[in-house]
Design a protein around this ligand. Sequence first.
Ligand code: AMP
Length: 362
Amino acid sequence: MKIGVLGVGQLGRMLALSASPLGHQMRFLALSNEGYSSVLGKTFTHNNNPEVIKKFADDSDVVTYESENIDIKIVNQIRKTSKVYPSDKSLHLTQHRAREKDLLKKLNIPCAPYELVNSISDLKSAIDNIGLPAILKTATEGYDGKGQFVIKSKSQINEAWKKMSSAESILEGFIKFNRELSIIAVRGINGDLKYYPLVENSHHEGILRLTIAPAQKISKSLQKKAESYMNSLIAEINHVGVLTLELFESEDGLIVNEIAPRVHNSGHWTIEGAETSQFENHIRAITNSPLGETAIKNKYNAMINIIGVHGPTNKVLKTNNEYLHLYDKEERKNRKLGHITITSNSQEELQKSIDNLKEYLP
Ligand code: AMP
């Protein structure tokens, strides 16, 4: 099939790399002349020209996206002539933090207390209701900790609101968590549903640095709990493709931080670590093919992000159980340039690799 991807970043690139052995061809829709996936498929650069968007749609049998921060007008135009997965419900939901939280509340899925904030007086009253510390986040477009401000004292109110540039925001109560976890599910057009195991994520300045897969010390009931939250969400939005839930593990159990209607950075370990990667399973899902097994291959896996500078990548190439994935991007502060996956049957060996790659971890 001809698969169109909205966006030309690393997620589209890795979707293309997994679609190729299945005999698919890729198309990419880029806003302007940048992009790192273009070598992997025909790229349509639209600069908001509807004619180019139409050509892209006409040349794709099915269209998907690598980010929820995309222009819904473009998606709606494409939807008139082509199939787009995940559904518009998935996209609409995850484009706005308050909509996302409202749905979680409706489905009785725990999330941080929150209030919509459109002015400094809204912010003051939200702080009175939620308390401090709290996090102010732009309602739309935020990712990797961008558009966020942790408010610890009332003296920071003006500074925090300024950081949002008057954009609609939500104030969230600060969750005291023990660990950050995530779970990835994949659902086919025919309703088949599979889950990857819960993984543990460590962030620095809002950016994911390290994933341990599977997360250690996870009871069967915790995995089932995370899967049950996924079940409710997927049934509600009729999701097709990969869906990710970012979670906090707290004293009160699992609390959902965010929903991502797409392949996710915390699932990159699946490329070498699982029977079928999240990328291949997303492609299988949207092309109505049977889903692949999501079981882990080796007992212990990790993923380390390469952020800002490429660092000593040859070290990775020289080591048997470490795998290098670079995204063909130029170095820039806080930019995701690639990742390293590590897979092993021994926890000691996994830890040795992580220690050996400490340059990549803050
Ligand atoms: P986000 O972009 O919403 O995923 O947030 C980025 C990171 O900020 C998360 O991975 C957490 O480490 C932290 N964070 C976000 N929201 C909260 C919260 N309500 N309470 C505590 N930490 C949070």
